[in-house]
Unconditional design. Structure first.
Length: 178
């Protein structure tokens, strides 16, 4: 009878040990799945960061090109201002050359024609400046819109990463690691 009890005790002990081994194997498999999911999530985060960096670098190039274009516009404005100064100097010299009233009328007609021509040129220069300023305004609006879109995408990415991490946080609260 003692042998039977001993055999039952040994078989019960063996059952308990096998049950513990089975439980540890399941926990090990679950841990492996959790680690694989974590690696996949880290990979997704790395890809997201890479995409974000690519978007930012492309926008930096765009901003650089807009600044370069603005410099070109400012150079053009400076050149047009120099032309306007020359035209004003020319008008001043023409007015100073008027000597007498009889010749002044003819000279004034000629000068007025030149002034009208200069004013037309100045008006064209002002239209050109206006067009450049509108181009700069449009470029700044595009930059602002792009930055707003990037802000929205970063917020969405943050929300998605937080949502993707929720299962891992739940598993960590159920099975905390030592």
């Amino acid at each position: 009878m003692l042998d039977q009890q001993f055999m039952r005790a040994v078989s019960s002990f063996e059952g308990i040990i096998l049950s513990q081994i089975s439980t540890k194997n399941r926990l090990g498999a679950r841990l492996n799945y959790t680690v694989q999911a974590g690696i996949i999530i880290l990979g997704l985060i790395a890809v997201s960061i890479l995409v974000l960096l690519l978007v930012l670098s492309s926008q930096i190039n765009r901003i650089s090109s807009v600044v370069s274009e603005m410099n070109t516009h400012f150079t053009s404005v400076s050149e047009q201002m120099e032309n306007m100064n020359r035209y004003i100097d020319t008008m001043g010299k023409r007015v100073a050359l008027l000597e007498n009233i009889d010749t002044q009328t003819d000279v004034m007609k000629h000068s007025m024609n030149s002034i009208v021509s200069d004013m037309n040129t100045m008006q064209n220069a002002v239209f050109g400046i206006s067009g450049h300023v509108n181009g700069v305004r449009n470029n700044v609006d595009n930059i602002s819109m792009t930055m707003n879109q990037m802000d929205i995408e970063v917020v969405n990415m943050s929300r998605d990463i937080h949502r993707m991490g929720k299962p891992s946080r739940t598993l960590n609260s159920i099975f905390p690691f030592p």
